[in-house]
Unconditional design. Structure first.
Length: 279
């Protein structure tokens, strides 16, 4: 761990589910706080590369496990409504605001977390100073068998909690084999996704693209160009629909899905630092 303090605890979602959060605090804080929303099946503890890079620079960082993930409560990989994700995130942001009242908040969302972050920014723009998304889940590249997709949609109505494997090949996450092995052996990682999650996720992608023109926050999109899981075309489509002038899209041509865990992640961290300094 770096030369900084860390805290963790739980807060209660609107329906009583316990949401686990972590915070990392620099010795000499600057005026900016980063809030991280993680991807499907993983958890907030997998962003050590961001923590180790930015906290020593003076950034305070908070991250929480989505419901059904990590140390948070709820069925693994299940939601009733996609809105639950960003309402939980709002509880986390309110907690951050209470404890960092004079700090500017920047939301960083990866993959599923990127989709959640977009919906959060569209619904609660007044709480943020900027939006950063990493390989956001806006269009799938991985193929879902037609039979499985049809079955998932049918079962969402009659057996919404039925969980299936999410279909992610962990070798598609990064070229860093050590990171892939850490993911494989991480007891807090799971590969489950419920039928209701599946239909809510598909609808949320469509709604995010449809709402792109309503985004009111400075936007940085960081996209893996060789991502086998999320299609970069989705990020390009969203970016084109955003009407704000303060927007930037950076595509890392040879990177796999988890750009913060890639072999050449220093490029991404440097680009992110530059953008934050300018905002």
């Amino acid at each position: 761990m770096g030369n900084y303090q860390a805290e963790s605890n739980f807060l209660k979602a609107s329906d009583g589910i316990q949401i686990y959060w972590q915070g990392w605090f620099p010795q000499t804080p600057n005026s900016k706080t980063l809030v991280i929303a993680h991807g499907l099946g993983e958890h907030s503890g997998r962003y050590k590369n961001l923590v180790d890079y930015f906290v020593p620079l003076g950034y305070t960082i908070f991250a929480a496990d989505h419901r059904g993930h990590g140390r948070s409560g709820g069925r693994r990989g299940h939601i009733n409504r996609f809105q639950e994700y960003y309402e939980d995130l709002h509880r986390v942001v309110q907690h951050v605001q209470k404890h960092q009242p004079n700090s500017q908040l920047y939301l960083i969302g990866h993959s599923l977390g990127g989709l959640i972050a977009i919906h959060y920014a569209l619904n609660y723009p007044e709480t943020l100073h900027g939006l950063i998304v990493s390989s956001p889940a806006l269009q799938l590249k991985m193929k879902i068998p037609a039979v499985k997709a049809a079955l998932g949609k049918w079962l969402s109505a009659i057996w919404p909690t039925l969980a299936m494997a999410n279909g992610i090949d962990i070798n598609d996450l990064s070229h860093d084999t050590d990171n892939v092995e850490q993911y494989r052996t991480d007891p807090l990682v799971h590969n489950r996704a419920s039928t209701r999650y599946f239909t809510e996720f598909l609808d949320a992608m469509d709604a995010a693209l449809a709402g792109a023109g309503n985004l009111k926050l400075p936007l940085l999109m960081l996209q893996a160009g060789a991502d086998p899981i999320i299609d970069p075309a989705g990020s390009q489509d969203f970016f084109n629909r955003v009407t704000l002038s303060d927007k930037e899209l950076i595509i890392y041509d040879d990177f796999y899905h988890e750009i913060f865990n890639e072999v050449d992640r220093q490029r991404v961290l440097t680009d992110l630092e530059k953008w934050l300094e300018q905002h």
